[in-house]
Structures are given as C-alpha cells and as structure tokens.
Write a protein that binds this ligand. Structure first.
Ligand code: KIV
Length: 272
C-alpha cells in the first residue's frame, strides 16, 4: 500500500469528511484476493455488490443472487481487508417484503459477514427502511439512478445514509445532486462531478464478456491475458515443457542413493 495512505480503518465519518476535500474511491470486490488487492491499493471503500450475480456467478441479472451467497462472499472479503470500509449490498428480495426482514438481513451482514455498512437500491420509497436500518446502528449507503426531474426529490434524501451511489445518470444531474446534498455522492456512469467514483472490478480489469458500458475504462485486458496464460500452460503440459526438473520436488541425497534398495524391498526384485 502507498505509505502515504494512513493505516487507520476507514469509517463512515472519514468518508463524510472527504466531501469537498478529496475524492472518494470505491471498487467492488467479491472474494479474498480481489478484496485484499483493493485494500492494499488504498481504496477507501470496498463493495461486495450484487453484481456478483452477473460478473462472478454468470447470471443475466442481479436478481437471482441470494442473501446467503452475498454473506459468504462478504465474509471472504472481510478476511482480506485491513483498512478499507467494507460495504455489503442487500440483494433483491431481502428488503422488498418487509422492513423487519431487511433489518435482520442487514444485521447479519454486520454480525456474520463483518460488513461495516450496507447498501440498498431505491430512493424516496426506501426512506423509512433506511431510517430503521440506521436506527439499528448500521451505517447505510444509498443507491439511486436519477432522471433529470428527480433532483429536487433528492434534497429529501437526507435520512442518514453516509454516502450514496448515483448510477447511470446525466452528468448535469449528478453535478446538481452532488452540490445539493451534504452526503458524499459516488458516481458510476454519472460523470466527473460526483464526490467519488465506483466501478465494478471485473469491468475495469476487462474480465467481463459483454460489451462494456460507455463509462467503463479498462485498465487491464484480464480476459485476453488469462486466455493467453491458459493456452500457454496447456501447450506446456502437452509438449512436456512443464514441469521442469527445477519445478519438481526431490528426495534428499542420502535417500536418493538408497531408493533403488528401498524400492526392491517394497516392490520386490521384479522380472529383470
Ligand atoms: O452491485 C454493484 O456492484 C453496485 C455498483 C454498480 C455500485 O451496486
């Protein structure tokens, strides 16, 4: 990790304080290695997003992923993270039926998954629910997609979220919202005027198989690099180039000398 980045654990208050001073960095991660790398890279926040369903589990949408699966992946990310604030995404079905259930699921993310905050999607109609979760001492991240007419409704979104994701909205609207609310905004496809940015890890690593959205910037060609590596490994196995003697374990010298005798005793002298 960059030594300039303080080792102290990131808190919701730290994220709030960054507004207007420093850009907030958030990336998704879904398992131990990706969460560890994101944490070591110094990201402020790591999100175990329900995009897990699409980019890791191969579903067409985020809808099928269950709470138990999200919990399993959140716990893996928890084991990796030292500094970043870990946010878990309440998946579809955990907060649509009852607010009581939603609070219980959010509490399980904290108690069993080690999340420090939870996120859910939706604006105005989730206000009561967000209040209830915050009342249960769980920091919340909001998540909304806006139409231009929604800017003023956004002003009323001050119900206790310490950050909010703005997804897929015009730059001008995201700018207006970011200026209007004291809560830090985290943009994804919402232009550069948000207080921070978030991206789906597999998108930025080129590890997805769909055409990327306009806002995605690829920093790695993950899929093609992995394809090349796998093809090379397969070719090396087939040609005998892998493994070499240097990649093999060896008996210690004294055992190596005794090996023929030992084999004779164990297997017998054989035909020749
Ligand atoms: O699930 C997710 O990855 C998200 C991001 C798109 C912000 O919610």
């Amino acid at each position: 990790m960059d030594p300039a980045i303080c080792e102290q654990r990131v808190t919701p208050a730290f994220i709030r304080d960054k507004k207007g001073r420093q850009r907030i960095t958030l990336v998704t991660a879904y398992d131990f290695p990706t969460a560890k790398l994101a944490d070591e890279a110094g990201f402020d926040m790591v999100l175990v997003g329900d995009t897990l369903a699409e980019v890791v589990l191969g579903y067409e949408t985020t809808l099928p992923v269950t709470f138990e699966t999200m919990l399993h992946h959140t716990a893996a990310a928890r084991r990796a993270i030292r500094r970043a604030l870990l946010v878990a995404d309440l998946p579809y079905g955990t907060y649509q039926a009852s607010e009581q259930d939603a609070v219980r699921f959010a509490l399980r993310f904290v108690k069993e998954g080690g999340a420090q905050a939870v996120k859910l999607e939706g604006g105005q109609k989730r206000v009561n629910l967000i209040r209830r979760i915050v009342d249960a001492e769980i920091p919340m991240v909001g998540h909304i997609g806006l139409t231009p007419q929604s800017v003023h409704r956004m002003g009323g979104y001050k119900v206790g979220v310490f950050a909010m994701v703005l997804e897929g909205i015009p730059r001008e609207v995201a700018k207006a919202v970011s200026e209007e609310v004291s809560t830090p905004t985290l943009g994804i496809g919402a232009g550069p005027d948000c207080d921070g940015q978030v991206m789906v890890l597999n998108d930025l690593l080129g590890l997805t198989f769909k055409r990327p959205a306009k806002f995605v910037r690829q920093y790695l060609h993950g899929a093609s690099d992995i394809r090349t590596a796998l093809a090379q490994f397969k070719a090396d196995i087939e040609s005998g180039a892998y493994p070499t003697d240097a990649e093999s374990y060896h008996l210690p010298g004294h055992f190596r000398l005794k090996l023929p005798d030992i084999l004779k005793r164990v297997i017998g002298p054989g035909d020749n």
